[in-house]
Design a protein. Structure first.
Length: 205
């Protein structure tokens, strides 16, 4: 792709590094920005810089936040004894959109995947286990994607906490096997939370 401007070429290259955006789409976006008022481009660049420089992670659940404690964890209206374990921030947003869960979350930051070099030590599992040891939790809901990696992660956490006085459950399989949680529709996901089942029942004997 030939560019009349090195500045345009650099902008297209950086935009094309975003997931799902190829060079043609990146060019279209860059040209669109050139046609907009300067203030719009400035607002976009300022928002991105503030996002990268000022975003924090909740010290309790590891969700993204504007302060050291996210709004969910700091809310007195939430049931802090029920913890929904999810893979990443997008899953928190998906479950919150159902309006069917009133507990709090624990964001692992991924799932165990030896093929990708991701082990338990690369996730936030240790802080979850500590909360379980401290008696802060009555129920843990496993809401990871129903993939081999998700099931492996569920089982690993279950083995770490099975001797604690905590009930464990998993979302009902209204979510198809192999599906990513974030792509489930709100009604199906909401019903899966409400109709969760004891985790022990999902284990093969």
């Amino acid at each position: 792709m030939e560019f009349a401007s090195k500045l345009l070429e650099n902008a297209v290259y950086e935009i094309s590094q975003l997931p799902g955006i190829g060079k043609k789409t990146a060019l279209r976006l860059a040209l669109h920005l050139l046609r907009q008022p300067t203030i719009q481009t400035n607002n976009l660049s300022t928002a991105l810089l503030k996002l990268r420089g000022e975003i924090q992670y909740c010290k309790n659940c590891h969700n993204i936040s504007d302060s050291d404690m996210c709004e969910i964890c700091s809310s007195s209206r939430r049931d802090h004894s029920i913890v929904c374990v999810v893979e990443d921030i997008r899953d928190v947003m998906a479950i919150e959109n159902t309006s069917q869960f009133n507990g709090i979350y624990h964001v692992l930051g991924g799932i165990i995947s030896p093929m990708d070099g991701i082990g338990p030590q690369n996730l936030t599992i240790e802080s979850l286990i500590k909360k379980a040891q401290d008696g802060e939790i009555k129920e843990i809901i496993f809401a990871l994607s129903s993939t081999m990696e998700g099931d492996t992660t569920n089982f690993y956490i279950y083995r770490q906490i099975q001797n604690f006085d905590i009930s464990t459950s998993t979302i009902a399989r209204g979510i198809s096997i192999g599906d990513e949680l974030q792509y489930a529709d709100e009604i199906t996901l909401g019903r899966s939370i409400i109709n969760r089942i004891p985790y022990e029942k999902t284990l093969k004997k």
